[in-house]
Design a protein around this ligand. Structure first.
Ligand SMILES: C[S@@+](CC[C@H](N)C(=O)[O-])C[C@H]1O[C@@H](n2cnc3c(N)ncnc32)[C@H](O)[C@@H]1O
Length: 205
């Protein structure tokens, strides 16, 4: 299922005020630990966070780094702006589509996204943009939920996927590791601590 960008944007605009509430249980049980593992691997000074959402990663931003963060949903970004101002986080927030980033080639030491490529309408186009704006030798770090390798679980996820996309704009059956491998990186490593469904991916340009 591949709805267009404006449909996905509208879905995130709609759930933005409730997003953190909807994810609260999963966040506490699983996502929080994974975010720390992901951000612990960030290197370099110039960081781009894609699909910043409501700013759930703000607490993990490295001190003294120059961070820019983008999202294409105005309402998600509005929540992030409020949180940034409340917590005095040093980050430039911009409304932008991952599939056509307004940054020069080779701009960032690390490009990072958490639970984003489940929603990007054209994931390979978006991943190629991440590759483009990453410096040579830099890294793209992605924390993503993907389709299970268990055939029964995968069949259930495929069946339920259209409902999830309609409700919240995210696909639960993406093969993001394969997609990253198709984008020309020098190396793509999946953290061995990853589970069947949650993957921490490090790609080097
Ligand atoms: C599931 S939320 C995750 C938000 C945040 N990264 C987090 O960890 O809580 C996915 C986010 O990606 C954004 N997104 C999806 N496709 C995008 C695109 N093409 N360009 C920019 N943002 C996008 C959505 O608007 C949403 O805020």
């Amino acid at each position: 299922m591949n709805p267009d960008s404006s449909t996905i944007k509208r879905r995130y605009d709609r759930i933005a005020p409730y997003f953190e509430g909807i994810e609260a249980v999963m966040e506490g049980l699983f996502f929080k630990n994974w975010r720390k593992k992901c951000w612990d691997q960030v290197g370099g000074h110039h960081i781009l966070e894609v699909g910043v959402g409501t700013g759930k990663n703000f607490d993990y931003y490295p001190k003294n780094a120059k961070v820019t963060a983008i999202d294409f949903s105005e309402q998600m970004l509005k929540q992030a702006i409020q949180k940034r101002d409340r917590k005095a986080i040093a980050v430039d927030l911009e409304l932008m589509d991952i599939q056509s980033l307004c940054f020069a080639d080779n701009s960032f030491d690390t490009v990072i996204g958490c639970f984003v490529f489940c929603s990007v309408p054209l994931p390979i186009k978006g991943l190629k943009e991440l590759y483009r704006v990453c410096k040579p030798g830099g890294q793209v770090l992605l924390l993503e939920h993907v389709l299970s390798s268990n055939p029964i679980m995968a069949a259930i996820m495929n069946l339920v996927n259209p409902v999830v996309v309609t409700l919240v704009g995210a696909n639960i059956n993406r093969n993001t590791v394969k997609n990253v491998k198709a984008c020309g990186f020098k190396s793509v490593c999946v953290d061995p601590r990853s589970s069947d469904i949650i993957k921490l991916i490090e790609a080097r340009k």
